[in-house]
Design a protein around this ligand. Structure first.
Ligand code: PLP
Length: 433
């Protein structure tokens, strides 16, 4: 893009692509190809040796996917991005790119259930210890740190608690120690730009708001280019010691001519190469279609959710409503500091009737879909205790804020009167149990 616009409304439409030079195609073409013809043996050799950047094989890069990567990096204010097959792959890669067996990371307890499982079980089995800390006191991150700590990890707007994470405070603890803060910004695209507050890496499930249409699973890792991987070399050995899988390349040095992209290049040419969680070009195209309307949709998600939060607060049988628009004290201060343009589309509430009322409420909805997803244009509802968080122990559920009567809503962009109408009807039904 020739213009230096930083307005997300413009970047979602123009960053990374301007009409195909050969065909004039305005929409980003779907490059549904596995491989790319090399111009000569020398060209092929240069590409493999990373002397020249270019397409080799779609597991590692693809021109359609590259537009999505460049566009999201521009919106976030980052320097480069790597698209992967799902949000889960993005979270896993974001850690595996820095930590290996014997290392640890410190993570907020307030996490999506799937990320919790990845951290508490799969990464643990791989020898990476994840230390969970309560984010209400940022100093908990420092307390859990030792010389094997490679990263801090958190979600901007974690559900179900929906208390905004203290990004700047925790990033400031990590930076002098050489520890980057990785932020999952899935629930707050456009509303929050974590790099502006000191985060080093942003991950997304693009399955959610970024796609919005609910057609395609995808994930993204974005490098802020704002972290000094050299400052404390012992702290980040995977970027500062020779990589035997790449002729002994030291990534922080080998990538210097390309800019501050050591982290994201390693993720692409080592992790994506070896673990293979590539996004399909078709899904990249679909996610680009969604991304183009993201700022408009976020406005409506936020305004609808704020209205629903007010509505639910006055309802009989509802003991608690959780939405940042209703937060008070330090939680409200954080919401106002980190979220701009609205308080997000996710909302939780507690039914006095407990688990039974929760189940009745869900089965009585007619407009809301009962699905394990968030961030769709349609309104969605789920009962986490019996679904998304059911693989967690009772203690773990409590730690992540899930109780029997808790219902999570992802408010869509339908007309607000229809949303309120469906909720009214389901609440009435839930009162009958
Ligand atoms: N991060 C958050 C905050 C999520 O809500 C989810 C999925 O619900 C994920 C990551 C995982 O994303 P995906 O389902 O695309 O693998």
């Amino acid at each position: 893009m020739t213009t230096k616009s930083i307005h997300p409304e413009t970047l979602v439409l123009h960053a990374g692509w301007r009409a195909d030079p050969t065909t004039g195609s305005v929409a980003v073409p779907i490059h549904q190809t596995t491989s790319y013809q090399f111009r000569s043996p020398e060209h092929a050799e240069n590409l493999f040796a990373l002397k020249e950047l270019g397409n080799i094989y779609t597991r590692i890069m693809n021109p359609t996917t590259a537009v999505l990567e460049e566009r999201l990096a521009a919106i976030e204010g980052g320097v480069a991005a790597l698209a992967v097959a799902s949000g889960q792959a993005a979270s896993a890669f974001s850690i595996q790119n820095l930590a290996r067996a014997g290392d640890n990371i410190v993570s907020s307890t307030d996490l999506y259930g799937g990320t919790w499982n990845l951290f508490a079980n799969t990464l643990k089995d791989q020898g990476i210890d994840v230390r969970f800390v309560d984010p209400s006191d940022p100093e908990n991150f420092r307390r859990a740190t030792d010389d094997k700590t490679r990263a801090y990890y958190a979600e901007t707007l974690p559900n179900p608690k929906l208390v905004v994470f203290p990004i700047a405070e925790v990033a400031a603890i990590g930076r002098p120690l050489g520890i980057p803060l990785i932020i999952d910004n899935t629930a707050a695209p456009i509303l929050c730009r974590p790099f502006d507050h000191g985060a080093a890496i942003v991950v997304y499930s693009t399955t959610k708001y970024i796609g919005g249409h609910g057609t395609s699973i995808g994930g993204m890792i974005i490098d802020g280019g704002n972290f000094d991987w050299f400052r404390n070399k012992e702290r980040q050995p995977m970027l500062n010691t020779p990589d035997r899988s790449y002729h002994g390349a030291i990534w922080a040095e080998a990538t210097k001519p390309l800019g501050p992209v050591a982290y994201i290049i390693r993720a692409r040419v080592v992790l994506l190469r070896d673990l293979g969680a590539a996004l399909s070009p078709m899904n990249a195209f679909q996610i680009i279609q969604g991304l183009e309307t993201l700022p408009l949709r976020m406005e409506r998600h936020c305004s609808n959710a704020t209205t629903v939060a007010k509505f639910l607060s006055g309802q009989q049988g509802v003991t608690k409503v959780i939405h940042p628009s209703l937060a008070t004290g330090s939680a409200r201060e954080r919401a106002d500091r980190y979220l701009h343009g609205g308080y997000g589309g996710l909302l939780g509430f507690e039914l006095a009737g407990g688990r039974e009322a929760g189940v009745k409420f869900i089965e009585s909805l007619k407009l809301f879909y009962h699905v394990a997803n968030i961030g769709d244009v349609r309104s969605l509802a789920i009962h986490p205790a019996s679904t998304t968080h059911s693989q967690l122990s009772a203690d773990e559920q409590a730690m992540t804020g899930v109780t029997g009567g808790y219902v999570r809503l992802s408010i869509g962009i339908e007309h607000i009167d229809d949303i309120i109408g469906d909720l009214t009807h389901a609440l009435n039904a839930a009162q009958t149990v």
